[in-house]
Design a protein around this ligand. Structure first.
Ligand SMILES: *Cc1c(COP(=O)(O)O)cnc(C)c1O
Length: 457
């Protein structure tokens, strides 16, 4: 039996009205949640009821139960970690993806959603200036995008060394050297662990967190065998970009695979004003980025781009005989780790379609210029110091010694007007700002600087 449409109506109407109330509340609600998880659990948990409950009533109970425990992450005054908001078109598209409920692994089975993802992939590759023959996979986030790009690299460098990875696995394989900058993101290490490659060899970084070319050249020369070099576009604390083109040239002289973790920084490529910082990045072999950060689509959506489709499909492709396969552009199941999957690339299509080329460039430029304004405002506060060159969307500031910086951070969070993360960088406690929300405007920036000033008083 197919469910009668009217059975959905009440639940969806309720979800739509509660969603709108939540979004409207973002304008002036305090950023932090008003309840902790144990309190929320007390309402939502307990024994599973014996019998059924009306769908709309369940949605209503869920919204009532969860909302006090929500952080206003989509607010324009949320600058914690690296967290984007959601563009209206992307949110609408995401609702449709759930309603359509397409298991989007194969082109012939779900042509609608797979084609929308293919269109989004083609726009992305063009917008980010990546090789037109590259393969694109939509994964859950930057972590899995790093995993997938590095898996393609592992496949390629071991194959080049004459090792049959599919047949023999890693047991007895030549050791794969992985070189990373000292300030790579922790998820790179995680991805390497998933891949059985162990801990990477760490190359020193400069004062902005960029990998040092002289140290990379030395490290490359000091070893041999299958090699992967993992570079970074966008440092969490400084926003800085590794010298990707020059580093990639050094790595390629040694036949290494070059992967770029550009979870938020790769989007600089979409801005004519900021693109120069990524100089030479298109020479890499694989790139990881997030759509749920800078592009502002809902969670969870990461993107992996691999210049050599063969390496990606050898690493991720499945050949089970019960699956009917299509030729040509290939199927999502051959480009990502998952078999069953949500069409998470569809909200990317909607975000790009709603912004257009200039809209994406404006979005990225706006984030960077608000970061500059926040840095300027914070630097003007008595006792404050901005530690990084503000080249993109990230700012790291101190307010005297570590204890005082932690105190200012705690008071800022208690104030509730704005949210910024406490972190550690260059052996100091810092207040870290990440501007990642499309809706942040000059009023948010001014209110947030004023909140930091109050906290520092
Ligand atoms: C956020 C981030 C990641 C991890 O991405 P997720 O989407 O959280 O999995 C990796 N690298 C960098 C530089 C990041 O900022």
């Amino acid at each position: 039996m197919t469910a009668r449409p009217d059975l959905y109506a009440a639940a969806l109407d309720c979800a739509a009205s509660r969603a709108r109330e939540w979004l409207e509340s973002l304008l002036d609600r305090p950023i932090p949640p008003s309840e902790d998880a144990d309190n929320v659990l007390a309402r939502l948990g307990g024994p599973l009821p014996e019998g059924p409950t009306e769908p709309a009533e369940v949605v209503e109970m869920l919204a009532d139960g969860v909302e006090p425990g929500l952080m206003a992450m989509p607010s324009g005054r949320f600058f914690g970690w690296v967290i984007g908001g959601t563009l209206p078109a992307a949110l609408g598209a995401d609702w449709l993806v759930s309603s359509w409920d397409q298991n989007s692994g194969m082109r012939y089975a779900t042509p609608g959603t797979v084609a929308a993802e293919e269109a989004a992939a083609a726009w992305l590759v063009e917008l980010l200036g990546l090789p037109s023959e590259a393969d694109v996979g939509f994964v859950t986030g930057g972590t899995m995008a790093n995993f997938t790009g590095l898996a393609a690299g592992r496949q390629q460098v071991l194959g080049d060394a004459g090792w049959d990875l599919d047949q023999h696995g890693l047991s007895g394989a030549p050791r794969v050297r992985v070189l990373v900058g000292a300030e790579r993101h922790i998820t790179v290490d995680l991805a390497l662990r998933y891949l059985g490659l162990g801990a990477p060899q760490v190359v020193p970084a400069d004062d902005q967190g960029r990998i040092r070319l002289d140290a990379l050249a030395d490290a490359l020369a000091a070893g041999s065998g299958p090699t992967i070099v993992c570079l970074q576009a966008g440092n969490l604390h400084s926003g800085a970009f590794d010298p990707i083109g020059q580093a990639a040239a050094l790595a390629h002289e040694r036949h290494a695979w070059v992967h770029v973790d550009g979870a938020f920084g790769l989007w600089a490529a979409a801005s004519p004003r900021l693109r120069h910082q990524l100089d030479g990045y298109h020479a890499a072999d694989s790139w990881a980025t997030d759509a749920h950060k800078t592009l502002n689509v809902p969670y969870d959506c990461g993107i992996v781009v691999v210049a050599r489709p063969r390496a990606l499909r050898d690493a991720m492709g499945s050949t089970a005989s019960y699956l009917v396969r299509s030729e040509g552009p290939g199927d999502p199941i051959d480009k990502v780790p998952e078999l069953s999957r949500r069409a998470r690339g569809v909200p990317v299509w909607a975000a790009l379609r709603s912004l257009g080329r200039s809209g994406v460039a404006d979005l990225v430029d706006r984030l960077a210029s608000h970061a500059g304004a926040l840095a300027e405002g914070i630097a003007a506060i008595d006792g404050a110091e901005v530690l990084n060159d503000v080249v993109f969307t990230q700012v790291s500031a101190t307010f005297g010694d570590d204890a005082r910086t932690r105190e200012v951070t705690a008071r800022l969070l208690a104030d509730g007007t704005a949210w910024m993360s406490g972190s550690r960088w260059r052996d100091r406690d810092v207040l870290r700002v990440s501007v990642s929300n499309w809706s942040t405007d000059a009023t948010d920036v001014a209110a947030s600087v004023a909140a930091v000033r109050r906290a520092a008083r």
